[in-house]
Design a protein around this ligand. Structure first.
Ligand code: S3P
Length: 412
């Protein structure tokens, strides 16, 4: 059995960097990953005058003193960087311009200006897309209604609310990942949850902290899926986040028929419980994923379709129209990739219907999307002939070591 210790969670890494930039004093971050998205956040914060020193797997961030950048802030491929930083910058006494690569420039941002507007934030998009121009303002607390269940919108709202005068309330449409909340609780911030309502009373100042990151369950998911595809094979990810808002994929794996064993360590990292998760392949049968489970597995849904292709019977995924607005249109790109391998798959407005069966080999275009490149690679070996990925380099967005880890585990 293979054991893996994966780099720190990407969502938590962005938040550790940004909260440290806002906090007064020197924060330490341990276990951050080396993905390009996190480098985008680091690069943008440095351009805003934040001192960040790196030494091995540790970072030190001196926060509390942001100043205007003298050039546009390039968020690369990272939607989390752009959206969270818009919340941070909305309350600064200067203006900023956030840009991104071609894929990020296609992603919807009107939802961001709409969410933050009641605070008095002035955020301008170009027909609802980046570049995003932020006119820094004094903000006043307000009740916010993000129009989508999205942790990036909620995170942006909390980062703006932390700097506003008075109480900010956020009404969530669904249980999106709650890392920002947990990290603010870890800092002792007065943030209450009452059902779908979050109420933030901003502190006079945010304290510096020592953040030790939990392992990334969305990266572990590829290796759990690799085990699930091969009866009798097992893989254990050590020290991963057991945050329930992130573990929908493990419920999906159980429903597929895989054996899932979770051993909690009893410790918290950045507010998340952590532990070891072992998945053993036991053959796959088709499943249905929708509703709240789709939200808790949002980044892993392409993997559900990919596993569905190898499962017995039909797999259906629904209530996931947001997948059309990720690093690629994941509904169309996943369907196109599986079709190229001879799989019978129907793209629905909000998911797929996949008929399990034999999988051919072929060349797959992941549409520059890291999660699709990693997901399709797992079918190589299950397929009748080899599968090649046309743009292997795009995995660098979240996990540059993916190919070597996979090869080490006996795949190529
Ligand atoms: C993220 C939130 C999710 C997720 C993304 C990371 C975050 O997006 O898909 O990969 O770190 O807040 P949404 O906020 O659009 O749901």
């Amino acid at each position: 059995m293979k054991r893996l210790r994966l780099p720190g969670d990407k969502s938590v890494g962005h938040r550790a960097l940004i909260l440290s930039a806002l906090a007064e004093g020197r924060s330490e971050i341990e276990g951050i990953g080396d993905g390009a998205d996190l480098h985008s956040t680091i690069r943008v914060l440095r351009a805003l005058g934040v001192e960040i020193e790196a030494d091995g797997g540790r970072l030190w961030v001196r926060g509390g003193r942001l100043r205007a950048a003298n050039a546009p802030l390039d968020c690369g491929n990272s939607g989390t960087t752009l959206r969270l930083l818009t919340g941070l910058l909305a309350a600064m006494p200067f203006d900023s311009l956030l840009i991104g690569d071609e894929a990020l420039t296609r992603r919807p941002m009107a939802r961001l200006s709409q969410t933050l507007a009641p605070l008095g934030a002035r955020i301008h998009t170009v027909e609802g897309r980046p570049p995003v121009r932020v006119e820094g303002q004094r903000l006043r607390g307000a009740r916010l209604h993000p129009p989508v269940a999205s942790a990036q919108l909620k995170g942006a709202a909390l980062l703006a609310g932390l700097q506003a005068q008075g109480v900010t309330e956020i009404i969530e449409l669904g249980p999106s990942r709650d890392h920002t909340e947990r990290m603010l609780w870890a800092l002792g911030v007065d943030l209450q949850r009452d059902g779908a309502l979050l109420r933030l009373r901003p502190p006079a100042r945010l304290p510096a902290a020592h953040w030790r990151l939990p392992g990334d369950p969305s990266t572990a998911a590829f290796f759990w899926a690799a085990a699930a595809l091969r009866p009798g094979r097992a893989v254990e990810a050590l020290g991963v986040s057991l945050n329930p808002t992130r573990l929908g994929f493990l419920d999906a794996l159980r429903a597929f028929g895989a054996e899932v064993e979770i051993r909690a360590e009893g410790a918290l990292a950045c507010g998340d419980p952590i532990g070891d998760v072992r998945v053993t392949g036991r053959g796959l049968r088709g499943i249905e994923v929708a509703g709240e489970l789709a939200l808790r597995a949002i980044d892993e849904l392409p993997l559900v379709a990919i596993l569905g292709a190898a499962a017995e019977g039909v797999t259906r995924v629904g209530d996931a129209a947001e997948l059309r607005h990720k690093e690629s249109d994941r509904i169309e790109a996943t369907a196109a990739g599986l079709r190229a391998l001879g799989v019978e798959i129907e793209a629905l407005p909000d998911g797929w219907r996949v008929q399990g069966g034999p999988i051919n080999g072929g060349l797959i275009d992941p549409h520059g999307d890291h999660r699709l490149a990693m997901g399709f690679a797992l079918l190589n070996g299950i397929s009748r002939s080899p599968i090649q990925i046309s743009d292997r380099g795009c995995v660098a967005v979240s996990y540059p070591e993916f190919w070597s880890t996979l090869a080490d585990w006996g795949h190529s």
